[in-house]
Design a protein around this ligand. Sequence first.
Ligand code: PLP
Length: 400
Amino acid sequence: MLTYPDARSVVRALAPDEPVILNRPHAATRAARFFVEKFPGKSLYAVKANPSPELLRVLWNAGVTHYDVASIAEVRLVRGILPEAVLCFMHPIKAPSAIREAYRVHGVKTFSLDSVEELEKIVAACTDDAGEAATDLRLCVRLRVSSEFSELSLASKFGCDLTEGPLLLQQARQHADWLGVCFHVGSQAMSPFAYVQALDRTRAAIAEASVVIDMIDVGGGFPSVYPGLEPPPLEDYFTIIHQHFYALPIAYNAELWCEPGRALCAEYSSLVVKVEKRRGEELYINDGAYGALFDAAHVDWKFPVRALEDDLIKPEAEFAFYGPTCDDADYMPGPFALPEDIQAGDYIEIGMLGAYGAAMKTDFNGFGATQSLIVEDEPMASLYDGSRARKVSDNVVSLR
Ligand SMILES: *Cc1c(COP(=O)(O)O)cnc(C)c1O
């Protein structure tokens, strides 16, 4: 992949007519090292946030050895790129053929579930042709927890509640070599207290089930930083999780896992778009709701923006964006602050699109073509450049 110093030099060199994704491997490396060194347990990368092969290699080289995959296509993808990675199939509803292929062909042992039906499906799919049941299954029961501290809820679709959880833990224990509890507090959790609540619920489920628990997986939800969404330092999350993990009634050697998606890759990518037309305070740009800006359109996410022209000097005004497709829904309300005299032909860099941005692009209406390049400058915001962390304090927990 070609390397440039920054977005401005890309525009000067290429004047691109189509959107360009700018990747920052150094930013993903820094995020991965942060989790590997400071999270008091194991960090699995949640592949759905950004499955790009280059990023997977960057994370592996930075020390991320475990990957949370949710479909057989993600299993095949990661196995093809990282033959030694540990893959954990953490979607609670899977096709039997996907479970069978993952277990038999790709060496996947860890599966999540939130129902007896799924437990039976996993057990059947991992039984061999002679009728011998698998003895090496690592099962994780997914609990439903609140998403009240998060910007994007994951509370309704998956997870069993406290009336079903304890029984399911007992049933899963009979088939599992290793039994865990997992949950997801929702994406972009703005307070560490989200995990406290979820771990309290975990405690209640374990106490009632009275089975040996070998692993607690606190899922994803670790935030990145966006305009208007500035979370506390990640060290605060890690400290609080570690304290509450230690207080659980679990095996003395139980492991602590987490599954960050957003926090590992949000800073990895930005996007250069071209303004095709201006109508008042609305800019028609060449990426949108069906491209990398899905979240800007559909959940009103605010991404940082900057104009890439040197000659725009007027004060900033607030703009909304239209994407390139013929659909009215291809609209991003923002508001996005840009120089007042921005106009057709100018370029804009939109930041923090490494998570659920670059991964969301479709070819709808013929607008999917995108080039990817590497740039060397800093991402438009960072949780890891030392600017936001409190002084490295005594309460930073590290197992090293
Ligand atoms: C999406 C997802 C993640 C990653 O969530 P982030 O909020 O991006 O950290 C982790 N685990 C599971 C099961 C998920 O579905």
